[in-house]
Ligand binder design. Structure first.
Ligand code: PEP
Ligand code: MG
Length: 594
């Protein structure tokens, strides 16, 4: 064992559990980078004549914060360039109505100091995002907090975390790290990091994954439990941190680290290759994206196309709906970059848990059952048609599929297709180049659609199962409610039977079924998905090489046979156990076998 890793004899081993932000294992000395004091903001009232001055102070702090961020963007290393857009979004957020406009309004209306006014604006923005469960919108909330922190530091004269100045090889321990701070990490100095706050889909995690350093987030008490120079193990695969590890633990993790690194090299090398099962069946493994910039990640990880382009992201952080031209430019970029591989553009899926602040929608007691996705679009055909026109125009530049979200009835399909035809006719009349000859599919994420899959198969070209919602609606479990999170399980027998019904109904009519929900990204589910006959899987780009690798090890005929037993199970736990018994070795032995 490396001497440097020898544990202190007087300290006890403690295991902290958090959220895996970025995979990998590292062992080293802790370096606390927590900044202090930013949260202690004093409130004081202004007399009327002080108000303009306070607004000026705030504007000057915003200006300085933007200049500071611009300098960081300039310095971003080449291999992180693809994520510069995160910081460019932050540049725009400095002038966001929720933050900038609201702070000035608070100074004027409440007659309070700029710090307090900013704190109040930030906390209202935080409240707005609090109940949203969609991970991508949650990430927006942390973007706003990061920008607010930066302005606050300018106002209070505090320094941020100077990560670029760290001069020894350490593991960072922080309350929170902003994407800007994370992007300053020098790989020869920082082995990994752990934080109290943050989650898997925060932009900080995304950058950590790009840097390929292990990170565990959401530990809550990391900065109070860990001290400078403490020896820690960060297990980003399991979301675990071991503080003061015992010798045996260290030896075990050093071995795990060695195996994980060997395994990673192996699968990345083969990411580009097709995913052909052991018995020779070819599966397409595609990427899910939210922004055009993410296409690079899909290509780098060997994605065979885009299985889900969540277009609602382009409607965020702005006070107006994007124009047809703007949408067209964005879609065209994605389609051209991926060509000849297919790009599945899903039409706007807003509301429910993805409310956009600029759209006035009625107060809904059950937003997940409300005016969401296709229901919103059919109620606002103008907004919908703008998007449909942009999609049809982009389809001239490569292979495009159109995907309709949250379909729950046949009428919604026929109405959407009618509007699509109208969009094509209007483009024809106006002399635009467009391609109406595209495949049209529906998300299978509402039980009524799944049950009607045989009828719907006549109306569309493909199905794409969105398990994130299908599980939520089938099991009546709010996907964002932590009190029932333990019941949320895609292996629930009812979900598996529904998936089977969808795939079988499609097959009878010669229509393929794809899957783009999170269920597709977990190797554990592969024997079931391949055994049921899913034709294509789509997931976050980073998961692609791993899933391709596992597909190559699975024999589809064995999985089909295995399904006969699975379909007789009464509980998710039994199914889980069966998968591990039958496929555990194939799925996990490369990383964990002794
Ligand atoms: C799903 O519901 O599984 C899905 C892919 O859509 P979203 O997560 O965007 O609701
Ligand atoms: Mg969904």
């Amino acid at each position: 064992m490396n001497n440097e890793h020898r544990p202190h004899s007087d300290s006890q081993e403690i295991i902290l559990t958090g959220i895996s932000g970025s995979p990998g294992i590292c062992i080293g000395k802790a370096y606390l980078v927590d900044r202090e004091g930013v949260d202690v903001i004093e409130k004081y009232y202004l007399s009327d004549h002080e108000i303009p001055n306070q607004i000026k102070r705030f504007k000057s702090a915003v200006h300085k914060a933007k200049t500071e961020l611009a300098a960081i963007i300039e310095e971003i290393p080449k291999d992180l360039r693809e994520h510069a857009y995160i910081l460019e979004t932050h540049m725009l957020l400095h002038k966001d109505k929720m933050l900038y406009g609201k702070t000035i309004e608070n100074i004027e209306k409440d007659g309070v100091n700029a710090e307090w006014a900013l704190k109040k604006a930030t906390s209202s923005a935080r409240k707005m995002f609090k109940d949203i469960t969609d991970p991508y919108l949650k990430a927006r909330a942390s973007d706003i907090e990061n920008v607010s922190d930066r302005i606050m530091r300018q106002l209070t004269g505090q320094n941020g975390v100077n990560i670029s100045g760290i001069d020894k090889r350490v593991i960072l321990v922080a309350d929170n790290l902003s994407p800007a701070e994370t992007s300053q990490i020098q790989l020869n100095r920082v082995m990994g990091f752990i934080t109290n706050r943050g989650g898997r889909t925060s932009h900080t995690s995304i950058i950590a994954r790009t840097l390929e350093i292990p990170a565990v987030l959401g530990l809550e008490k990391a900065t109070t439990m860990v001290h400078n120079d403490d020896l820690i193990i960060v297990d980003g695969n399991e979301g675990i941190v071991v503080l003061n590890p015992e010798e045996e633990t260290l030896i075990r993790y050093e071995e795990l680290d060695r195996r994980y690194e060997a395994h990673k090299k192996d699968i990345i090398r083969t990411g580009e290759l097709p995913a052909r099962s052991e018995d020779g069946r070819l599966f397409r493994v595609m990427g899910n994206i939210e922004l055009p910039e993410e296409v690079v990640g899909v290509k780098d990880h060997g994605g065979d196309g885009i299985g889900l382009f969540r277009t609602e992201f382009l409607y965020l952080s702005r006070n107006y709906f994007p124009s047809e031209q703007e949408l067209y430019d964005q879609y065209k970029e994605v389609v051209e970059l991926m060509a000849p591989r297919p790009v599945t553009i899903r039409t706007l899926d807003i509301n429910g848990d993805k409310e956009i602040s600029t759209i006035r929608t009625p107060d809904e007691a059950n937003p997940a059952l409300g005016l969401r996705a296709i229901r919103f679009c059919l109620k606002k055909p103008g907004i919908f048609k703008t998007q449909l026109r942009a999609i049809l125009r982009s389809a001239v530049h490569g292979s495009v599929r159109l995907l309709l979200p949250m379909i729950s009835s046949c009428e919604e399909i026929s109405e959407s297709i009618r509007l699509l035809d109208e969009a094509a006719e209007s483009l024809e009349k106006e002399g635009f180049a467009y391609n109406r000859d595209i495949e049209v599919g529906i998300m299978m994420e509402v039980p009524s659609a799944a049950i009607l899959a045989d009828s719907m198969a006549d109306m569309v070209d493909f199905f794409s199962i969105g398990t994130n919602d299908l599980v939520q609606y089938t099991l009546a479990i709010d996907r964002g409610n932590r009190h029932v999170a333990h019941l949320y399980n895609p292996l629930h027998p009812a979900v598996i039977r529904l998936i089977k019904h969808i795939v079988d109904s499609g097959k009878k009519k010669g229509k393929p079924t794809y899957m783009c929900g999170e269920m597709a990204a977990d190797p554990l589910h592969l024997p079931i998905l391949l055994g049921l006959g899913i034709d294509e899987l789509s997931m976050a780009p980073q998961s692609i090489p791993e899933i391709k690798n596992k597909i190559r090890k699975i024999n589809v005929s064995d999985s089909e046979q295995f399904m006969v037993t699975v379909l007789k199970q009464k509980t998710a736990a039994d199914t889980h156990r069966l998968i591990l018994e039958a496929f555990g070795d194939i799925l996990y032995k490369d990383v964990y076998a002794g």
